[in-house]
Design a protein around this ligand. Structure first.
Ligand code: PHE
Length: 385
């Protein structure tokens, strides 16, 4: 065959190969288009092969046969290569689609609305953030307690009238031997009536100095407009060698300012009584009643009221002794605050009972974004949902 003609055929072959290889590198959707382009360009009416066949008539008869056969051979070869590429691309793209469009029917449904954090949980996180910044560690204790940790070690002797104030839920059934320090009779388990037993557990660990807060659930057999049988408290305890009442006052005043994010909050400490602290006090904040809800005020006025938000005091020497600490060496202060009350005051919730109803519409209104953890740096109050 004429050298120029075979060079021509070789050029078509190379051109075709390059174009076909380029198709395989592309993604299927585009490759499909590219493949169609190759098909029309190399096998269509105006293709180079078709042009060559048209030239057949102009060739000297002795060359016609050989050239015609060569063109047909090349066409067969190109068709085979084309079909191979096409089916391999289809296969690849099928696998790819299976991968991309895979449906895992075991995945949970994705509801339209994100859940919200309940104000109680939100406030606990905020209290932890504020005290965390002051160097307090958050710890937890069990909800089911014994007489020793809930009462005896906290200086509530048996038959002490203060026990009646606590309306304790005792658990029926299994009794246990009273712990060290209490009477030798067997004692029932009980639901803790306050978070103060966590003070006892922490002191008994003996890792001093102590600076902890302990959030958690508490239970009292009491139910009316301002009380629910289950509620939340955050306990605080500081034990060191030189702690005094001034530390307690400044620590709690600083907490209130940081927690309510207001520079001036009016607070007062009123003398009170708890068996486990001496002296004892209750801390009140000045507030006004607005549309049923209470609002903090920066100044006391004839229209303002005082609202108690926590109990506190210096840890009683008997408590230190019950927890194996020497009261001549160690002193400290403790406090316990009601989480629901803090939440109602900070977020303008008028009725305590709504906090326990689990009403979705209420939660949409008062709940918080679960993805914004409160921090002092970014602000305690993240986006309300
Ligand atoms: N445990 C007390 C209560 O439940 C609060 C408190 C805690 C008071 C710590 C003083 C010290 O009312």
């Amino acid at each position: 065959m004429d050298a120029t003609l075979s060079a021509e055929l070789e050029r078509v072959r190379q051109d075709f190969r390059t174009n076909l290889t380029a198709c395989t590198k592309e993604r299927f959707e585009r490759a499909n288009i590219a493949l169609e382009e190759v098909r029309t360009r190399f096998f269509g009416k105006k293709s180079a092969l078709q042009n060559l066949l048209h030239k057949l008539g102009d060739l000297p008869p002795d060359q016609r046969k050989g050239f015609g056969a060569a063109v047909n051979l090349l066409k067969q070869e190109m068709l085979r290569a084309f079909e191979q590429t096409q089916s391999s691309l289809e296969e690849q793209s099928g696998a790819q689609r299976l991968e991309v469009e895979r449906l895992d029917s075991t995945l949970p449904d994705r509801p339209q609305h994100l859940g919200t954090l309940h104000p109680t949980g939100q406030v606990i996180e905020e209290v932890i953030a504020v005290f965390g910044d002051m160097g307090f560690r958050a710890v937890e204790g069990p909800d089911v307690e014994d007489d020793f940790h809930n009462f005896v070690a906290l200086n509530f002797p048996p038959d002490h009238p203060a026990r009646q104030m606590h309306d304790t839920f005792y658990l029926q059934g299994e009794k246990r031997m009273a712990s060290e320090g209490s009477s030798p009779s067997s004692e029932p388990w009980l639901l803790r009536t306050h978070t103060s037993p966590v003070q006892v557990r922490t002191m008994l660990e003996g890792d001093l100095p102590i600076r902890i807060i302990a959030p958690g659930r508490c239970y009292r057999s009491d139910s009316d407009q301002t009380h629910t049988p289950m509620f939340h408290q955050v306990e605080g305890l500081v034990i060191d060698e030189r702690t005094h009442f001034g530390h307690l006052k400044s620590c709690l005043s600083a907490f209130v300012r940081a927690f309510f994010e207001q520079d001036s909050v009016c607070v007062r400490f009123r003398p009170s009584y708890f068996p486990f602290t001496e002296p004892s006090a209750e801390m009140d904040v000045a507030c006004l009643r607005k549309e049923g809800a209470l609002e903090l005020v920066a100044e006391v006025s004839p229209r303002s009221d005082w609202l108690e938000i926590l109990g506190c005091g210096m840890v009683h020497p008997n408590v230190l002794r019950a927890c194996n600490l020497d009261p001549d060496r160690y002193q400290g202060f403790a406090f316990g605050m009601g989480v629901e009350r803090l939440a109602m005051l900070k977020y303008g919730i008028a009725d305590l009972r709504t906090m326990f109803e689990g009403d979705v519409a209420w939660l949409q209104h008062y709940g918080f974004s679960p993805l914004d953890a409160p921090s002092l740096l970014r602000g305690l109050r993240p986006q309300a949902c």
